[in-house]
Write a protein that binds this ligand. Structure first.
Ligand SMILES: CCC/C=C/C(=O)SCCNC(=O)CCNC(=O)[C@H](O)C(C)(C)COP(=O)([O-])OP(=O)([O-])OC[C@H]1O[C@@H](n2cnc3c(N)ncnc32)[C@H](O)[C@@H]1OP(=O)([O-])[O-]
Ligand SMILES: NC(=O)C1=CN([C@@H]2O[C@H](COP(=O)(O)OP(=O)(O)OC[C@H]3O[C@@H](n4cnc5c(N)ncnc54)[C@H](OP(=O)(O)O)[C@@H]3O)[C@@H](O)[C@H]2O)C=CC1
Length: 284
């Protein structure tokens, strides 16, 4: 789909890059010539992932463990990647925390757990690297992984909805403010892409997983390669005029939820025949 040197020698940090969608994006970026740094809380997971990724895809994957909720740890993580590679070109803010719960059952610590990772963590990483880019007089790029309920909102994942909305607001705001430094800010809003992390917290029973699928007009979940290719395109120099954009990749899921009559796709053909007679009659 792309030239094999599309991301050649780009140094890319992926938060949460040792598992799930972060890892899938990282593997694609390696195929396209990038140098990677992956970071998350679990050092052993990162090392294992990095070794497997290098064995399968070649290239270099540097690991730094860091809890993105800790602003000092974030600054150290950014410094250590910068010192290792001599620079950083791109930050993919992908780390997240989420679970389903009636909001009234949440403790303030549960709210903070999600806001801390998603909103504060994304902000800390962006700020720490943005300052270095500006000080070094060079540009850069951030790609923030949000969700479609960043703009629709969603019950039962309210801390995540509030945090992702905040990240989208930050993305659009800094796209304008930091453009003068040559820094591009964009986002991707994925629909359902099965990962262990998301599925065990958000679709823990087969019924819930099926319910999620039934809301997608294309009647399937996303392939990791589809998301990874979109991310690669957005990070390429050739996409350099895209700034402040959030691209949805969800098989039409959020529009299905928004359309008042979308649920009629469940009606069998015989029912349509009957309804057609009724509606035509009432119109005459
Ligand atoms: C497909 C749609 C879009 C997808 C979006 C995604 O982001 S998918 C990505 C999905 N991937 C991920 O989420 C991966 C990373 N996620 C994680 O590490 C954890 O899920 C985390 C976010 C809870 C943070 O962990 P941690 O070790 O920092 O936290 P901790 O264990 O110390 O708990 C702190 C507080 O939260 C409370 N609490 C916890 N769970 C629940 C619950 N189910 N219910 C209610 N409350 C819950 C817990 O009781 C405690 O409060 P307390 O009792 O002290 O008042
Ligand atoms: N999968 C899906 O269907 C969808 C996913 N998304 C978004 O895509 C992104 C990836 O999700 P997905 O791959 O499914 O989820 P995963 O749970 O697989 O990945 C989350 C990653 O974040 C890391 N992480 C969690 N907390 C922290 C922390 N405090 N500091 C640093 N790293 C942390 C985890 O590593 P560790 O535990 O080692 O810290 C893990 O690698 C997220 O932003 C999510 O909101 C959006 C819509 C749909």
């Amino acid at each position: 789909m792309f030239r094999s040197d599309l991301l050649k020698d780009k140094v890319i940090i992926i938060t949460g890059g040792g598992s799930g969608l972060g890892r899938s994006m990282g593997e694609r970026f390696l195929e396209l010539g990038a140098k990677l740094a992956i970071t998350s809380r679990n050092a052993e997971k990162l090392t294992n992932a990095a070794n497997e990724m290098m064995a399968e895809k070649g290239g270099e994957v540097f690991t730094v463990s860091c809890d993105v909720r800790d602003p000092e740890a974030v600054e150290q993580m950014i410094d250590s990647v910068w010192n290792h590679f001599g620079t950083v070109d791109i930050l993919v803010n992908n780390a997240a925390g989420n679970f389903i719960s009636p909001t009234e059952k949440l403790s303030h610590r549960a709210v903070d757990a999600v806001l801390g990772i998603v909103l504060h963590g994304t902000f800390y990483c962006t700020l720490a690297l943005g300052k270095k880019w500006i000080e070094a007089g060079r540009g850069g790029q951030c790609l923030n992984i949000v969700t479609t309920y960043a703009w629709t909102g969603s019950g039962f994942v309210v801390p995540s909805a509030a945090a992702k909305a905040g990240v989208l607001g930050m993305t659009r705001s800094l796209a304008v403010e930091w453009a003068r430094y040559g820094i591009r800010m964009n986002a991707i809003a994925p629909g359902p892409f099965p990962t262990q992390g998301a599925w065990e917290r958000l679709a823990p029973t087969p019924e819930l997983a099926e319910q999620a699928l039934n809301r997608v007009p294309l009647r399937r979940v996303g392939e990791h390669s589809e998301l990874a290719n979109l991310a690669a395109y957005m990070l390429a120099d050739e996409a350099g005029y895209i700034n402040g954009e959030c691209i949805t990749i969800d098989g039409g899921e959020w529009l299905y939820g928004a359309g008042q009559f979308s649920g009629l796709d469940r009606l069998p053909n015989e029912m349509w025949d009957m309804l057609s007679k009724m509606t035509k009659k009432s119109g005459s």
